[in-house]
Unconditional design. Structure first.
Length: 696
């Protein structure tokens, strides 16, 4: 056995020291270990004592007000809290499966969250220890994994790619790519996924792996670093009996490989029950049974509810608990009986648990890839396995790989924006330099710029769908939140370039916009800036809204207000003072004013000559001779010589009429682009403060 962990590591397996933590070479070294006795397994013991957790009920504030109103009476105040856990104790051990069972609302998921450190320490009473030492902070995250009930994965990645990207996130960069591939291959074999290793995960529109295989891949992404503690929430939920049994068998293999496995399970089959090591049955936050599956028969027999022969003991136990919960104090009676039963049948065990830091070191000797240190202190555990640049690069590669295998998505975006451009081009085809042409240009610019923001709404489902993946991966510090934001921005930008060029090419020349190549380049740039700002705005909203449909409603409404206050429908000078602030935060205002200046910026360009100034007035319906007489009268009054060829409205006049005088076109371009960065910064802030993985 290992007397001193560091000596054992040097003798049994090469170790590289880097950044205050150790990385074990997972290759085989038969020569180095020849003649040495095998390293004895180190039993881990996860113990929890008197765990209690209460939450305020929704009616808490009302109850508090009622309580104050009745302060002068003797009537009892209504309860404002609810106990989700009430004095729960137990122990899970390495090499066996610890299953928490109970009906819905019994507290089983809350208990696993408490053990996994997903409840704020200030809110949880009781102790949780591993080999006698408290668990919390970075060390807990480094040696543990939490598998959520949802199997959300990137659909177009293969099983091998999914696990390989997880390895790149969770395993230190000190490990060579070859060693990471070895770890992935070993995990694929352990999960029984060899035949599906090169099959895509799939989704509703793409055929992929089966439900059981998908669940095992989900487990694999969280145990890629070979954790000592593994927590799972309903790993068999939604699976058929055969798939569920295979998943539990895999979990048993993981437990026997040197991990403590704690899971919730709703209603296990008799086959699954037979391979569980310990059971903890809960009812309304209290323990109603704790022991082995074999102990269910004598327990309920002594309680007066014998389990019939050929009956699944787990199903019978849950049915009995539900029946008791419908009776006054029924569940409490079972909990009290369990306390007496445990006292009468308690077996005193004397176990000299190894100190945690030595146990972790011995696990490393046996090939565990925990991101810990020989000392095992929390301060020496790195928060993240990789620097920010590596995280961003891996996130970019993963997202790009997933999206490029779904070309139909980008094809739909490109088709939508080109169809929109084609419709606008055919409606506003070859506009002339007349007062009507000016008005039609204004309409084209307002519609075109607002459309750029509306087409960005397709970015809304991206994070809404990825939210659970993001939460799962950041729960154990797979990567920084900033890395996710930067990678998301980088991946989204190239398609925007293509979309902006497509719209500009489709509309600029067909509509007859002026200025040549320089004006076309600026037109394409302002479209790109609009798409960048719009996608940033929608990305920010996707982190705020809970559902896609709610998000679409909010996006459409806000963008409509942006268009209303852009300056097209109502001139800036006529907007009431109490609404003028909305004009300046309107995303449509700045690109709209930029394209107006790009088109009407030439002061020598004329848009109304002589009698053309009467278009849109009652005089427009009169004969040409009458118009010339009126024009002559105006000339005499003004003391100028105005003829049919005299220019009366220039581009500068149009800009003044539209109140486009505060910012130049390049400044409008910069402001539009700055909005894109601003909303992505807000997206980061929301992720930083709004995506906590702990209950309060």
């Amino acid at each position: 056995s290992c007397r001193v962990a560091s000596k054992i590591i040097d003798r049994r397996r090469p170790v590289m020291a880097t950044s205050g933590h150790i990385v074990v070479d997972v290759g085989t070294h038969e020569d180095a270990s020849a003649g040495q006795p095998p390293v004895a397994p180190v039993p881990y013991r996860l113990s929890f004592t008197d765990l209690s957790y209460t939450v305020r009920t929704r009616g808490g504030r009302l109850a508090s007000l009622l309580s104050r109103a009745r302060a002068s009476t003797d009537s009892p105040s209504p309860s404002t809290t609810r106990a989700l856990l009430n004095g729960i104790s137990g122990e899970a051990r390495e090499g066996e499966l610890f299953a928490v069972m109970g009906a819905s609302g019994s507290g089983k998921s809350t208990l696993v969250d408490a053990l996994a450190g997903r409840i704020e320490r200030e809110s949880l009473r009781g102790t949780v220890t591993l080999n006698g030492e408290p668990l919390h902070g970075r060390r807990l995250r480094a040696i543990s994994a939490y598998v959520m009930q949802d199997d959300l994965l990137y659909p177009m990645l293969t099983v091998r790619e999914t696990l390989m990207y997880a390895a790149e996130f969770r395993l230190s960069r000190a490990l060579s790519p070859a060693r990471k591939r070895e770890r992935v291959d070993a995990l694929i074999d352990q999960l029984g996924l060899t035949s599906a290793a090169d099959t895509v995960i799939g989704d509703e529109g793409h055929r992929g792996v089966s439900g059981g295989e998908r669940r095992r891949v989900s487990i694999g992404t969280d145990i890629i670093h070979d954790p000592i503690l593994l927590f799972l929430d309903e790993p068999t939920s939604g699976l058929d009996s055969a798939s569920a049994f295979m998943v539990v068998q895999v979990l048993l293999d993981i437990a026997r490989s040197g991990s403590v496995v704690v899971m919730t399970i709703h209603q296990p089959s008799a086959r699954i029950l037979g391979i569980l090591g310990r059971l903890l049955l809960l009812s309304r936050g209290r323990t109603v049974y704790a022991g082995t599956p074999a102990g269910l028969m004598p327990f309920f027999h002594e309680f007066g509810k014998p389990i019939p022969e050929n009956e699944n003991p787990a199903e019978f136990a849950l049915d009995t608990i539900r029946e008791l919960e419908r009776q006054p104090d029924g569940a409490a009676q079972l909990a009290d009986f369990n306390a007496r039963w445990q006292a009468d049948h308690r077996i005193i065990e004397t176990v000299n648990a190894m100190p945690l830091e030595v146990a972790i070191s011995e696990s490393v000797c046996r090939g565990k890839l925990v991101a810990g240190t020989v000392t095992g202190t929390a301060s020496s555990v790195p928060t993240y396995a990789n620097p920010l640049t590596v995280e961003v690069w891996v996130l970019i590669k993963r997202s790009f790989t997933n999206t490029r295998r779904m070309p139909e998505l980008f094809g739909m975006r490109l088709g939508t924006i080109m169809l929109t451009g084609l419709i606008l081009a055919t409606i506003f085809l070859r506009l002339d330099d007349t007062p009507k042409g000016v008005q039609e240009r204004l309409g084209f610019f307002a519609m075109g710029m607002s459309t750029m923001f509306y087409v960005c709404a397709d970015a809304l489902p991206v994070f809404v769908q990825e939210r659970h993946i993001y939460l799962r991966e950041t729960a154990h510090n797979s990567y920084r939140r900033l890395s996710y934001v930067l990678a998301n921005s980088v991946v989204s930008f190239p398609p925007l370039v293509i979309l902006s060029l497509a719209f500009a090419v489709t509309t600029f020349f067909a509509v007859g916009l002026a200025g040549g190549g320089a004006s076309f380049a600026f037109f394409a740039l302002i479209i790109l800036a609009s798409l960048w700002a719009g996608s940033g705005f929608v990305t920010f909203l996707s982190a705020v809204v809970p559902h896609v449909m709610v998000g679409y409603t909010v996006v459409v409404a806000i963008l409509a207000y942006f268009l209303l206050f852009s300056g097209f429908f109502i001139n800036r000078d006529r907007i009431p003072n109490y609404w003028i602030w909305f004009h300046y935060i309107s995303l449509v205002k700045y690109p709209y004013q930029a394209v107006l200046q790009n088109e009407f910026g030439d002061a020598s360009r004329c848009f109304a000559r002589g009698v053309q100034m009467f278009e849109g007035t009652p005089i427009a319906g009169m004969t040409e001779a009458v118009k010339l007489k009126v024009l002559g009268a105006i000339s005499a009054t003004l003391g100028t010589n105005m003829t049919a060829a005299t220019c009366v409205v220039t581009g500068a006049d149009v800009l003044r009429q539209q109140a486009v005088t505060d910012l130049g076109k390049w400044m409008c371009l910069l402001v539009t682009a700055a909005f894109g960065f601003f909303f992505r910064a807000l997206f980061y802030v929301v992720l930083l403060v709004g995506s906590k993985n702990k209950r309060k």
